[in-house]
Each structure stands twice: as structure tokens, then as C-alpha cells.
Design a protein around this ligand. Structure first.
Ligand code: ADP
Length: 358
């Protein structure tokens, strides 16, 4: 197992598109990191750069103690000792399961007896005991993905790279494999970098989540920290479905421009200086709704959720996402909206504003 270090890694594609912009990331030995971000934010580029399929334009990458990429070095993927699993399980259909899993060891010229032992051990690890002679086309999607995982692990990789590895699977299989993947990688202390477009999956699996946008890291944080203290309005919206209001800090607090949303200092960061323009982010759990025939908001959608109903109200033209416990509001019902806590991000700032207690 190994750490992965990226120092000021930049990557510009030949057509001039910036894939990565000054990425600094240190992944500890044995850590499980998830990369998330909107489509086109650079997740795949980052993973492929760590893997060695792409060479950074600037910066340095170290895996364990070895520099694998810098201005003069670019160690090819097969010499980086990595395991990789992709969305589409690249399992060879004309080889049986055992041969599929054994292949990387054959490539590495591992002696036959050792190959057999290692294949047997890894098949046990991923729950494929007894499947060695099976034709992969007779397996379920989940079982084929286990074959891909076993093949990625059989060479004892320093780091496991997962590119949407669970995304092609249906629930509840995906859920089950997610749990197994976590306990398996934790039990062997494997360093994992997992790219996913699924926020809940990232939050559920990772020790730390890295949020990317436009090739830049927006935030690196533990799942609870990320959800309660997003570093920017963009992260708040992307990770926590926050509603955003543009406006200004005035003497009484935040006032949205062209909208009735106003928030007093009691629920805002006290350091926000008057006169500052910026974005207010309100998390769904911080919105309170009260049924009121004269209310300014109307319920437009109301879905049951295990941890609270997922409600959207139209508040003077702005759709506001709310988490409502207790009675589920009815579509069409009028409501007044109160905001219990809000995060203010001054324009041009990435720093999180600490909310006042309560
Ligand atoms: P994500 O995986 O987060 O969806 P990508 O890493 O695929 O994002 O893409 C990051 C950016 O790089 C995007 O703007 C994308 O259009 C661009 N990009 C990706 N691959 C190439 C390529 N081969 N040539 C040029 N631009 C690319």
C-alpha cells in the first residue's frame, strides 16, 4: 500500500482545454478518497493522470516514495503497481473466471504455483470461491464486477483506482457491493481513489471527499464536514442541494436582490462586513416551513424520504429545497419560509463562513 502525492499538477489537453489546474492532493497510505464534481470537472482526467495514461503538463506525482511523473519522468501505467476497475467490467468472455483473474500475474511472469495460490486467495476475498471454471458470460453484472475487482487486486497493488466502478449496477446489488467494497478495502488497508458521479456513494464510502470543478479542487473534507460546512456556494449546491440567493450584507443582515429572502445576523456569520455582495447558501435542513394561507411560498413537489420529506417550494420565483420532518406538506399548499441557518460567501471568495451558534 502507498500514499499518493500530487504537487501543483496541471494538465492541458492538446486542443487547449484545461483538464487540471494546479491540483495539490496528498492521499495517505490506506486512505479511501472519492473524487466528485459536475460532469467535465476533471475527475477522469485526474484519475487517468494518477494511473499514467495521461502525462501532467506541470507538477509532480509521487506514489509511495517514487516520483512517477514530473517534467522529465512519466512511468507507464503497467509499472505503477496499480489496480484499476472501470464502469464496464472489462472481463474477457472467452476465458474462464480463473484465467481472467490470473492474467496480470502471467503478464508479470509470476511462477505458476504462486499464481494459483494468489488467484484462489483473491477469489475468496471478493466472494467468488468456486467460480474459477465459470464462463464470465454466465455471471451476473455484480459477479462480473467482482471478477474485475479480483483481477485488480491479485497483483497486490499499491493503490486501487476505481472509475465509476459501481455505476453500471442496479440497486440493491450496487448497495451490497458498495458495502463489501468498503469493508474489503478497509480490512486490507488499501489506498483507494474512487471516481463517482454519485454524491451519496462518495459520502458513504470515503474517508475524505475531493470536490472538483473546472479542473480545480474546490474542497477536500470528511463527509460530515463537507455537508455541514461547504467551502463555497458551488459545493453547497452540488453536495447538499443548497438553495443559493445573490444579494448583499446590509445593516440588518443579508438581503437578497429582487427577492424577499432576508436573513438576520443571528443566523449568519457575524464577520460578514456590511456592504459586501455575495451568495447566500441555505441547506435543505435549515429551511423551516409553516403552513399559512397568506404565505409567500407554494409547495411544488413533496416526496417522502427516509430521513425527512424532500420538499420544494416556489418562493417568489425561486425553487427552495427543504427537508421537512413530521407531516408531509401537500403540493399546492401555501407556506411561510423561515431560515434557521445560512452560509454567506462574499463574491470572489472560497473561504467558508462559520455560522453563528444555534
Ligand atoms: P469528468 O470526468 O469530471 O466528467 P473529464 O476529466 O472527463 O471530466 O474532463 C475535464 C475537462 O477536460 C472537460 O472540459 C473535458 O471536456 C476535457 N477533456 C477530457 N478529455 C479530453 C480530450 N481527450 N481532449 C480535450 N479535452 C478533453
Amino acid at each position: 500500500m502507498s500514499s499518493v502525492d500530487l504537487h501543483s499538477v496541471g494538465l492541458t489537453y492538446p486542443n487547449g482545454t484545461v483538464g487540471l489546474d494546479s491540483v495539490d492532493l496528498r492521499i495517505a497510505d490506506g486512505e479511501f478518497v472519492a473524487l466528485v464534481g459536475p460532469s467535465g470537472s476533471g475527475k477522469t482526467t485526474l484519475l487517468r493522470t494518477i494511473a499514467g495514461f495521461l502525462a501532467p503538463t506541470t507538477g509532480l506525482i509521487r506514489i509511495g516514495d517514487s516520483v512517477v511523473a514530473d517534467a522529465v519522468t512519466n512511468v507507464p501505467p503497467e509499472r505503477r503497481q496499480l489496480g484499476m476497475v472501470f464502469q464496464q467490467h472489462a472481463v474477457w468472455p472467452h476465458w474462464n473466471v480463473g484465467r481472467n483473474i490470473e492474467y496480470p500475474l502471467k503478464l508479470a511472469k509470476v511462477p505458476r504455483a504462486e499464481r494459483q495460490d494468489r488467484v484462489a486467495a483473491v477469489m475468496k476475498l471478493v466472494g467468488l470461491e468456486g467460480f474459477a471454471a465459470r464462463n464470465p458470460t454466465t455471471l451476473s453484472g455484480g459477479q462480473r464486477q467482482r471478477v474485475a475487482l479480483a483481477r485488480a487486486l491479485v497483483g497486490d497493488p499499491q493503490v486501487l483506482l476505481l472509475d465509476e466502478a459501481l455505476s453500471a449496477l442496479d440497486e440493491p446489488l450496487r448497495d451490497a457491493l458498495r458495502l463489501e467494497l468498503q469493508s474489503l478495502t478497509r480490512s486490507i488497508g488499501l489506498t483507494v481513489v474512487h471516481v463517482t458521479h454519485d454524491r451519496d456513494e462518495a459520502l458513504a464510502l470515503a474517508d475524505r471527499v475531493v470536490v472538483l470543478d473546472q479542473g480545480r479542487i474546490q474542497q477536500i473534507a470528511s463527509p460530515p464536514e463537507l455537508v455541514s460546512h461547504p467551502a463555497s456556494a458551488l459545493v453547497a449546491r452540488f453536495m447538499a442541494d443548497a438553495t443559493l440567493f445573490e444579494g448583499t450584507i446590509k445593516s440588518a443582515g443579508f438581503q437578497a436582490s429582487g427577492h424577499p429572502c432576508a436573513v438576520g445576523y443571528d443566523v449568519l456569520d457575524t464577520r460578514s462586513g456590511a456592504g459586501k455582495a455575495g451568495t447566500l447558501a441555505v441547506l435543505p435542513e435549515d429551511v423551516r416551513l409553516h403552513a399559512d394561507v397568506d404565505g409567500a411560498a407554494v409547495v411544488t413537489s413533496s416526496l417522502f424520504g427516509r430521513s425527512g420529506n424532500d420538499v420544494i417550494v416556489n418562493w417568489a420565483g425561486v425553487p427552495v429545497r427543504c427537508r421537512v420532518t413530521g407531516r408531509r406538506p401537500l403540493v399546492g399548499e401555501r407556506m411561510t419560509v423561515t431560515i434557521g441557518r445560512a452560509l454567506f460567501y462574499p463574491s470572489g471568495s472560497l473561504a467558508v463562513r462559520e455560522p453563528a451558534p444555534g
